[in-house]
Write a protein that binds this ligand. Structure first.
Ligand SMILES: Cc1cc2nc3c(=O)[nH]c(=O)nc-3n(C[C@H](O)[C@H](O)[C@H](O)COP(=O)(O)O)c2cc1C
Length: 187
């Protein structure tokens, strides 16, 4: 059986560095035999969680909000591996990704069982010189807590400074790291 991998990008700009790395990971994962879908969160309509707790009555993935999350819940439940790939905004997770992650709350009615043992890859890009000054470290720390809580395993993270659109294409080492992440997720 082919491994099912979902890759979420979240840069609102064309030729985003985080998306370039994500596409490298996707290509490598496909070559390694996985079934891979890449979804750009920045193009979807994802509302904030309303904390109405109706999902706790209706069951996992049954959110009352009729937006694009309805399509994503079944895919999320099915996937064996996920990659979250996004730019660092204001020293942390960008809003496009955070809205999506907040809505995972609707998968928690049965203690988030669908996340258990999922494999997770992370891809972060930022403009500042390193993972500390950019705030990328805050996003990584948040993901440590989030996936530990959910019982999922972070298997790798690729992060780099790349400010201008498409600039990461010149970073051969990072492109290879992204491909290695894709292969690892597929294995
Ligand atoms: C709203 C906004 C906030 C940003 N905040 C940060 C930041 O806190 N730290 C940083 O190093 N870069 C910051 N940046 C720069 C982006 O993270 C950087 O350009 C990144 O490479 C963009 O990734 P992308 O090409 O995938 O869109 C910010 C950019 C924007 C538009």
């Amino acid at each position: 059986m082919k491994k099912k991998i979902l890759i979420f990008t979240a840069s609102p700009r064309k030729d985003g560095n985080s998306a370039i790395l994500a596409l490298e990971a996707a290509r490598a994962a496909r070559q390694a035999g996985a079934s891979v879908e890449v979804i750009n969160l920045a193009r979807l309509r994802i509302n904030p969680c309303r904390a109405c707790d109706r999902c706790r009555e209706k069951g996992p993935g049954k959110c009352v909000q009729k937006d694009d999350m309805q399509k994503l819940y079944p895919k999320l439940i099915e996937a064996e591996g996920l990659i979250l790939a996004h730019p660092v905004y204001w020293f942390s997770i960008n809003a496009q990704t955070k809205l999506f992650v907040d809505r995972w709350y609707a998968l928690g009615g049965d203690e988030y069982t669908c996340f258990r043992n999922k494999k997770i890859g992370l891809i972060l890009t930022y403009a500042d010189r390193d993972v500390f000054s950019s705030g990328g470290i805050n996003a990584l720390r948040a993901y440590q807590d989030i996936f530990n809580y959910l019982g999922a395993e972070i298997i790798g993270a690729v992060y780099t400074s790349a400010a201008g659109q498409g600039q990461v294409r010149k970073q051969a080492g990072r492109l290879e790291e992204a491909r290695a992440l894709g292969r690892k997720l597929a294995s």
